[in-house]
Design a protein around this ligand. Structure first.
Ligand SMILES: *Cc1c(COP(=O)(O)O)cnc(C)c1O
Length: 372
């Protein structure tokens, strides 16, 4: 039996530009210098593949990676051959301390119970001192010590027996530069840092970097901007688009005026025309909220999405295109340089983060710029 190329059988192809990810990291690193630049690769590097993304960023000089969960940390520790620290935002769940240590992972300690647990674990003698980061909540009310808990800790001095590596906090409104909470959080964080001056401090993620040097402290923690999301909503995007998504036309058919298209029969053809059915759907993370409003490009020409997005298929109206362009087996561009993750997100009523982290498992994935 002959078997064909994986790219030939795929309904959609996701290309990930590792050179672009590296260029984005360098741009941010230069912008914040002399502060350092870590990289957030949680949620499988926002859907793009934590192992290849972290390897590419390590080549560019990144030495500190953040993931969300212990399992993500374990997987990244196994995959990462370059030297690099891996810290876990969601912290230490009860009973997991030994697992952190076994995989050389740094827990972000978010409350006094986690600090106690890590101290108890550390007291059993592993050397060097088990590393941890301390998370202070300055206005997000999500994770981190409350101001009162932090004050008590600072009064007593940093808990001993732990290899303290950093003091973290996270901005709630960094995508709205005018929001008053930004400066408030910055000032609270600066005050906290004065109480623990030996700890490297980090406040800013992607958007926070663009609030200015007062937000950079000792290191920054961008995620989304590395992957092309605009860290300055409303202003031109300084980041490179790093994903390109192409869907394959599974069928082209004629349709008469007055006929309906797709589930619910909500789209009625106003004229006779031609439809191209493309092999991508909400099971691939192409949002159902793009029903009746998404678009694609073919040969640079825009084609409207008609009807509802279904699980495995979407339909585009290609009546305006020559038959030889929109033909079965050809590809339509769903994400590209001109129409990136933020554009798709705006049409879908969501944010670029959600478009990226929903990218499907059925795509044939191609990494460009891998071997350098
Ligand atoms: C996700 C996350 C980041 C990265 O945020 P981006 O907006 O993607 O740059 C940084 N810090 C914390 C605590 C996070 O949860």
């Amino acid at each position: 039996m002959m078997s064909c190329d994986p790219a030939d059988r795929a309904g959609a192809i996701l290309e990930i530009d590792l050179d672009g990810v590296r260029a984005n990291w360098r741009l941010l690193a230069q912008r914040v210098a002399p502060a350092a630049c870590a990289a957030v690769v949680k949620a499988d590097a926002y859907g793009l593949g934590a192992a290849p993304i972290a390897a590419a960023l390590a080549q560019a000089g990144c030495r500190l990676f953040f993931v969300a969960t212990l399992d993500e940390g374990v997987a990244l520790r196994r995959a990462l051959t370059a030297p690099g620290d891996i810290a876990v935002f969601n912290g230490l769940f009860p009973g997991t301390a030994a697992e952190f240590a076994a995989h050389d992972l740094i827990p972000v300690l978010n409350d006094p119970g986690q600090i106690e647990e890590w101290q108890r674990f550390a007291a059993n003698g592993p050397t060097p001192l088990p590393a941890a980061m301390l998370h202070l909540d300055t206005g997000m009310a999500r994770l981190g010590l409350t101001p009162r808990e932090f004050a008590a800790l600072a009064d007593a001095g940093l808990p001993g027996g732990i290899g303290w590596r950093a003091l973290l906090s996270h901005l709630a409104c960094a995508d709205e530069p005018e929001h008053r909470l930004n400066a408030l959080q910055r000032d609270r964080f600066a005050a906290a840092r004065r109480r623990l001056p030996t700890l490297p401090a980090s406040l800013a993620a992607s958007c926070g970097i663009f609030l200015g040097p007062g937000y950079h402290f000792d290191f920054v923690r961008p995620g989304a901007a590395l992957y092309g999301v605009n860290p300055q909503p409303g202003a031109p995007n300084p980041m490179r688009q790093v994903v390109r998504l192409k869907g394959r036309i599974a069928q082209v058919r004629e349709i008469d005026r007055g006929e309906s298209v797709g589930y619910g029969a909500r789209h009625i053809m106003e004229t006779r025309g031609r439809l191209a059915t493309v092999a991508i759907g909400y099971a691939d993370g192409w949002p159902r909220s793009l029903s009746h409003r998404g678009c694609a490009r073919i040969g640079g020409l825009r084609i409207p999405l008609v009807g509802r997005v279904s699980m495995d298929l979407v339909v585009f109206d290609v009546s305006a295109l020559p038959e030889e362009i929109a033909r079965p087996g050809a590809f339509v561009d769903l994400l590209d340089e001109e129409y990136g993750v933020d554009a798709a997100a705006a049409a879908a009523g969501t944010i670029g983060y959600e478009i990226l982290t929903s990218l499907g498992r059925r795509y044939h994935r191609v990494y460009r710029g891998e071997s350098r």
